[in-house]
Design a protein around this ligand. Structure first.
Ligand SMILES: Cc1cc2nc3c(=O)[nH]c(=O)nc-3n(C[C@H](O)[C@H](O)[C@H](O)COP(=O)(O)O)c2cc1C
Length: 165
């Protein structure tokens, strides 16, 4: 039988997070482009946008009996289920944004949902293409043990292929 015995190639699931909550965000535009690029030209990889807007501000008082608020549980599940991450990170005051830090912190609460998975950063906007936000984001990821690819290219194709190993 044709194809019998051939193992299906697993699909690498990439969760894409945007640090901007605004509707016309350039950085969310980057994620849309990455999704399109991936669908058209990278076999074996699927990028899914994960919205961080529903997350409340992190407050450990909201963790009750080992449970997180519903939007946080849902978010953590998406992060746990992903194989890799793509961060689209605008620059706010020489750093990355509060909403993105909030999202990283929620998913880092034990058991850490990020650990040992690869990630890449893209950025747009401002007067330096969001470059300074990338430096701070890199430092932050030492905490939750996210493995950032070394590429700091603005070429999404290069970055995405690195994520796939
Ligand atoms: C509070 C705030 C602070 C900002 N600080 C910087 C900055 O330090 N450097 C910079 O280049 N752009 C800065 N910007 C501009 C944003 O990076 C720019 O508008 C970017 O396009 C926002 O991303 P978005 O289009 O995905 O929403 C700032 C914008 C805001 C709202």
């Amino acid at each position: 039988m044709e194809g019998a015995g051939l193992a299906m190639k697993p699909v690498i699931k990439v969760a894409a997070l945007c640090g901007s909550l605004r509707r016309a965000s350039f950085n969310r535009g980057l994620i849309r482009s990455a999704i399109q690029l991936c669908d058209e030209s990278i076999e074996g990889m699927k990028i899914e946008y994960v919205d961080i807007a529903p997350l409340p501000f992190l407050n450990t008082d909201l963790e009750v009996d080992g449970k997180f608020p519903a939007p946080v549980e849902a978010f953590r599940q998406r992060i746990r289920g992903a194989d890799a991450f793509l961060f689209a990170s605008p620059e706010y005051n020489y750093s990355f944004t509060g909403p993105l830090k909030n999202a990283i912190d929620w998913a880092s609460r034990a058991p850490n949902a990020w650990a040992d998975k690869p990630a890449a950063i893209v950025s747009a906007g401002g007067n330096f293409g969001g470059g300074r936000s990338q430096y701070h984001l890199r430092q932050t990821q030492m905490g939750p043990n996210i493995n950032l690819v070394s590429e700091s290219s603005h070429d999404a194709g290069v970055i995405l292929r690195k994520l796939g190993g």
